[in-house]
Design a protein around this ligand. Structure first.
Ligand code: SAH
Length: 361
């Protein structure tokens, strides 16, 4: 048994069952802090690792929004959860020739994991990134001001799905939180003994046994981004798998070596994620008084940004073997049966600010 599993079990035995959010927070902090989870040898693959076009077009989107804002100098380029740093490397390479953009940008990376920070630092050394632990300490709110003043561009791919969620189950027309408990020498999911005094959506007979999820961490991060955009201007681009409109259901999942496993198996050794509730994400940004655009599907977004043209340009310079990789990578990003429809894109901007590329006015 891992040290984390032992510590969690000890805690649950002493204090009683804990929230799924608390379990997920502890597990994911340990998981990311102790490995590079990406790629064939790891647990999962993300879009920047599938095709360079992903980061390139996001870079172009950022540079375009910067120009639409009037090319402010400095501008903060902030990535949440940069993983191996691949998206940002591709984005920066693709925007090298945008006049003034690189001179104006200050790179800020929000990353908890020391292992991944090291990778990011190596790949992005030329841009001297400033690291931050988490979004709450970035200075999106009034108390903490770790991020300097000024307009910003925020990019987050597959960041929000890793933030802790709480789950609630409807039972006899009441909502009960689902907790992680220790019974018969193993971790199990249990309904809390007491129901919630009040719930936002109301309970309905047809929803008996159904599950709903909320993520206070996701909502807080989105609201802070909204506040920051309102004060300083700029835009945030959030890409993730998730649902829109709101829906009931259990989307909490664990992956190990690209296969689904139980979320209670090997705490901290498997990747725990939940589908992002895009309606809540947009709403939280709007609470911070930013303007939400979308969500639209990943396919709609990249087609609008000209993924076909970028693919053709790459194909011209590629060997036959490379051409196959380029084609299948692009296909995987936009095919609705692969990542094109499940993945969605939401933008937040200052109210009345320029409309971001890819989103209808
Ligand atoms: N954007 C990358 C990586 C996605 S995986 C890509 O597309 O490949 C999630 C990333 O978010 C990892 O870098 C992980 O270490 C980071 N992360 C997860 N939870 C975090 C948190 N609460 N605070 C800061 N970083 C976090």
């Amino acid at each position: 048994m891992s040290a984390l599993a032992a510590r969690l079990i000890e805690r649950i035995r002493a204090e009683g069952p804990i929230s799924i959010a608390e379990y997920m927070r502890e597990c994911n902090a340990h998981y990311y802090a102790t490995r590079d989870p990406f790629g064939a040898a790891g647990d999962f693959v993300t879009a920047p690792e599938i095709s360079q076009v992903f980061g390139e077009l996001i870079g172009a989107w950022c540079a375009d929004y910067w120009e639409r804002m009037g090319a402010p100098d400095p501008v903060l380029l902030v990535e949440l959860g940069p993983g191996r740093g691949t998206l940002m490397v591709d984005a920066l390479r693709a925007t090298k020739h945008v006049p003034g953009f690189h001179d104006a940008l200050k790179l800020h990376l929000v990353e908890q994991s020391p292992v991944l920070r090291k990778l990011q630092q190596e790949k992005l050394a030329d841009y001297a990134p400033t690291f931050h632990d988490d979004t709450a300490r970035l200075g999106f709110d009034d108390e903490v001001r770790n991020l300097p003043a000024g307009p910003l561009l925020v990019v987050a791919n597959e960041f929000f799905d890793a933030l802790p969620i709480m789950q609630f189950e409807q039972h006899e027309l009441q909502w009960y939180e689902r907790l992680v408990a220790w019974e018969d020498e193993r971790l199990v999911l249990r309904r809390a003994p007491h129901h919630l005094p009040e719930i936002p959506n109301g309970a309905r007979p047809e929803n008996e046994g159904k599950i709903r999820a909320i993520s206070p961490a996701l909502e807080q991060a989105a609201e802070h981004i909204g506040v920051r955009l309102r004060r300083h201007g700029g835009a945030a681009l959030i890409i993730d798998y998730g649902y829109f409109p709101a829906a009931l259901g259990d989307t909490l999942q664990a992956l190990r070596h690209h296969r689904p496993v139980s979320i209670l198996e090997s705490p901290g050794e498997v990747d725990l994620t939940a589908h992002v509730d895009f309606a809540r994400l947009a709403q939280a940004g709007e609470h911070g008084r930013a303007q939400a655009h979308g969500p639209i599907t990943q396919a709609q977004f990249f087609i609008a940004l000209g993924i076909a043209e970028r693919e053709s340009a790459l194909l011209k310079a590629a060997s036959p073997a490379q051409q196959e990789t380029i084609r299948s990578g692009v296909q995987r990003l936009i095919d609705p049966a692969q990542m094109g429809a499940l993945f969605k894109v939401l933008a937040l901007t200052r109210q009345g600010g320029p409309i971001p590329a890819g989103f209808a006015a």
